[in-house]
Write a protein that binds this ligand. Structure first.
Ligand code: NAD
Ligand code: IPM
Ligand code: MN
Length: 352
């Protein structure tokens, strides 16, 4: 039987609730066909309180031994500042493993009443391709004269040709296999170096994809259009920060942030990719057992697909669609009263 080694990092808050739900569904989906060999790592904010770091110094090297990584969420505000937790776990993993694209589907599942009253599943069906290792998240900058009236803080965005080109190319390839429409989102009217460079790379790569129509939007206008006319979007490529913001908006138009999945894909073969929901540790609902596990389960389906278990992945997605279509067992964020575990149990029952 095929066997996959999966590193599991539940992390903080609702991450510890949605990950077991995801594992349960994935186990059921591959039962009898493949074995998921999970290894759980207790890294995150509790680990930080015990050891002074979010993961061991060789954490990334440990992760390299696995076929994939399944992560919940990280962050324990206000107890630990977010820039410490996030720069201690998820961001260094994305960078060190060179998880260069972050694939984030935004899709209205059947039966879900999203906030956009006149839009149905045919209107909301897009995939964001997020640059995932540099841009506004490059980590280049500093603070000097700290605490004085002369204090200066600098945070520099970094756009490299090597990186932007491979991310844009990924987006064009994806668009070619879908509705052949790519939207590139920048802010070249105000940011005249990095963003105009991004536009130039898109124009150059577009020459290799004459069959794909390209629309270039400014990020402010893109935000408004996502609400007004989501049907105009198919594949969307954007910088690290812009796609971060727009995919929370994407989660909202899907009906809940708890529904949105993501795949952080490794550039090099043999390096594990990382699969996680788009949402964070949701401290406002953590510990209540009511977090929506659908985004995490869906991310798990993306992981199965990536591992080559396409049929099992499709069965998980079909079960999620049946779950939302029947609309009986849903968590409170979707207007239901079910617990995280009850949703997982129902998804397992709907696997055929
Ligand atoms: P959040 O995504 O955790 O929560 C935003 C809102 O969405 C909250 O009202 C929350 O209750 C709701 N929500 C989120 N996930 C849900 C789910 N599965 N089911 C139902 N409702 C859900 O964002 P935030 O509050 O800004 O951030 C909380 C912490 O998470 C911060 O420390 C932040 O830095 C961190 N964060 C981590 C990740 C990650 O690990 N990848 C992603 C985003 C935010
Ligand atoms: C996400 C999160 C992270 C990001 C944070 C927690 C650093 O919001 O995965 O969307 O911005 O990448
Ligand atoms: Mn985010």
């Amino acid at each position: 039987m095929r066997s996959y080694r999966i590193a599991v990092i539940p992390g903080d808050g609702v991450g510890k609730e949605v990950i077991p739900a995801g594992q349960r569904v994935l186990e059921a989906a591959v039962a009898g066909r493949a074995k998921l060999d999970w290894q759980v790592f207790p890294w995150g904010s509790d680990y930080y309180r015990e050891t002074g770091s979010m993961m061991p110094a060789d954490g990334v090297e440990q992760l390299r031994q696995f076929d994939a990584i399944y992560l919940g969420a990280v962050g324990d505000p206000p107890r630990i500042p977010d820039h410490i937790t996030l720069w201690g776990l998820i961001l260094p993993i994305r960078k060190a493993l060179d998880l260069y694209v972050n694939v984030r589907p935004v899709r209205l599942l059947p039966g879900v009443r999203g906030p956009l009253r006149d839009k149905g599943p045919a209107d909301i069906d897009m995939i964001f391709i997020r640059e995932n290792t540099e841009g506004e998240y490059a980590g280049v900058g500093g603070r000097v004269h700290v605490g004085t009236p002369h204090e200066v803080a600098i945070e520099t965005a970094v756009f490299s040709r090597f990186n932007v080109e491979r991310v844009v190319r990924y987006a064009f390839e994806l668009a070619r296999g879908r509705r052949k429409h790519l939207t590139s989102v920048t802010k070249s009217n105000a940011q005249r170096y990095g963003m105009t460079f991004w536009d130039d790379v898109v124009t150059a790569v577009a020459r290799d994809y004459p069959d794909v129509t390209v629309t270039s939007l400014l990020v402010d206008a893109a935000a408004a259009l996502l609400v007004r006319a989501p049907e105009r979007f198919d594949v969307v490529v954007a910088s690290n920060l812009f796609a971060d913001i727009l995919t929370d908006l994407g989660g909202a138009i899907m009906g809940s942030l708890g529904l949105a999945p993501s795949a952080n894909l490794a550039a090099q073969p043999g390096v594990p990719s990382l699969f996680e929901p788009v949402h964070g540790s949701a401290p406002d609902i953590a510990g209540k057992g009511i977090a929506n596990p659908i985004g995490t389960i869906w991310a798990g389906a993306m992981m199965l697909e990536h591992l080559g278990e396409r049929e099992a992945a499709q069965r998980v997605l079909a079960a999620l669609e049946r779950l939302t279509a029947e609309g009986q067992v849903l968590t409170p964020d979707m207007g239901g009263s079910a617990t995280t575990e009850q949703v997982a149990e129902r998804v397992v029952a709907l696997l055929t």
